[in-house]
Unconditional design. Structure first.
Length: 417
């Protein structure tokens, strides 16, 4: 009955919003690129009973990378298919995993016929969902087909947790379908139990992001100017934050000869972001222009942020000064950099708490405190070095989630040998 009501609402919604979807597909490249494949118009790799690993977008794919590589190494005879729901996630998966898997595909829309076609074509021996992106029809159909379901590196944001609790009549049966759920922390595990995960299926595995292999290609650094002073790197910034950072740089540029590398979350905004810095009287250039000199370099390409964080003397994690939930603070921390972020790190509560508790990061409440903190770190570089060293120690102490997540899937893989 629950599935019937859900599918009726889903189909009615699809019919009502189809005209809007077609308009968005015509106007937005991302929609044009993803709509057809997610409706089922894509070629699936031809392989026998592969392991299907899914990550919603860039962050989830990044978390999945060490697990996919470890699966390929531990069971080289098993094919692996990786899927993503967004274009940026798909592009990220292809860039990092294409040479290690049978194929990268788009995850289907949760319409019954889209799900059926995808599962008929792939016919997986198991499905591993990394972190989040739960859709009832896909989960129910996997269960009906006897496909083991694993939730790896599981987390529930505050909004997801509240939503799943409010939709318990629908989501509790979904969570009960999972054979194993690996939660990032004890607190996350308690949340999963409250939304319906069976206690015998729950395991606290830790966070895969601590086990992410970090040997980025540093060649992107060659396109940067030869900065003569300290460098502030701001990653994954959102609208509204760039104006704040431009003002900060304008104030500190003359006193400390501070330069900034800024990577908007959406690289297509790079031109607008450059204009913001230019209007503040700063010499701003796009990264793709390979400027020989600039106060501000705005990154207009994907996949460069890890390398660029390594160039910073101070690093700021975007999406946190304004209410966007923040982004992964471990990316700059892995280079031993002092990490700053704003008040909203709601999407990374466990990592944020661990870094702050061990002095591996600084959380600021607003733009004024950010400016004061940057000024203090510029005046006392040794303090920044200490913060970076603390962050690296946090990472070292929390490794091990990868093996615990592999242990979750081992018995199911062996049952399909």
């Amino acid at each position: 009955m629950v599935k019937a009501v859900y599918n009726l609402a889903l189909c009615l919604g699809a019919i009502l919003f189809l005209p809007i979807g077609l308009i968005l597909a015509a106007l937005k490249e991302k929609r044009r690129t993803t709509m057809g494949p997610r409706l089922g118009f894509q070629a699936y790799p031809q392989c026998s009973k592969p392991i299907w690993v899914h990550g919603l977008s860039v962050g989830e794919i990044n978390a999945a990378v060490p697990m996919v590589l470890a699966l390929a190494q531990a069971w080289p005879h098993k094919d692996i298919i990786v899927s993503a729901s967004t274009k940026t996630g798909y592009d990220n998966a292809r860039a990092k995993l294409q040479d290690h898997v049978a194929g990268v595909v788009y995850y289907p829309y949760d319409l019954p016929w889209c799900v059926s076609k995808a599962l008929d074509q792939v016919d997986p021996c198991m499905f591993i969902l990394v972190e989040s992106d739960l859709w009832p029809n896909f989960i129910f159909q996997c269960k009906q087909r006897g496909v083991p379901l694993i939730l790896a590196n599981g987390r529930l944001s505050d909004s997801s947790y509240k939503g799943y609790r409010n939709l318990g009549f629908l989501m509790k049966p979904v969570f009960q379908c999972f054979n194993k759920v690996g939660a990032q922390s004890k607190e996350e595990g308690e949340r999963f139990l409250k939304v319906g995960v069976r206690s015998e299926s729950m395991v606290v595995t830790g966070n895969l992001k601590f086990d992410r292999p970090y040997a980025p290609d540093l060649k992107p650094l060659e396109a940067l100017p030869d900065f003569s002073g300290p460098v502030f790197v701001a990653g994954s910034t959102h609208p509204g934050e760039e104006e704040i950072l431009a003002g900060l740089l304008k104030a500190r540029n003359k006193e400390h000869n501070l330069a900034i590398i800024i990577a908007p979350r959406d690289p297509k905004r790079a031109g607008d972001v450059r204009d913001i810095f230019s209007r503040n009287g700063l010499d701003a250039a796009l990264y793709s222009q390979k400027p020989e000199q600039a106060d501000a370099v705005v990154v207009d390409q994907m996949g460069l942020l890890a390398a660029l964080y390594s160039r910073g003397d101070i690093c700021f994690v975007g999406g946190s000064l304004l209410p966007f939930g923040g982004h992964n603070p471990l990316e700059p921390a892995l280079f031993g950099k002092p990490v700053l972020f704003g008040p909203d790190m709601g999407d990374f509560p466990d990592i944020t708490a661990r870094l702050l508790n061990q002095g591996g990061a600084i959380q600021v409440k607003d733009s004024q405190e950010l400016a004061q903190t940057v000024h203090a770190l510029l005046d006392d570089p040794a303090r920044g070095v200490k913060i970076g060293a603390n962050a690296l120690e946090v990472i070292r102490r929390n490794r091990g989630a990868l093996q615990r997540n592999l242990d979750l899937v081992q018995e199911f893989i062996e049952n399909h040998e």
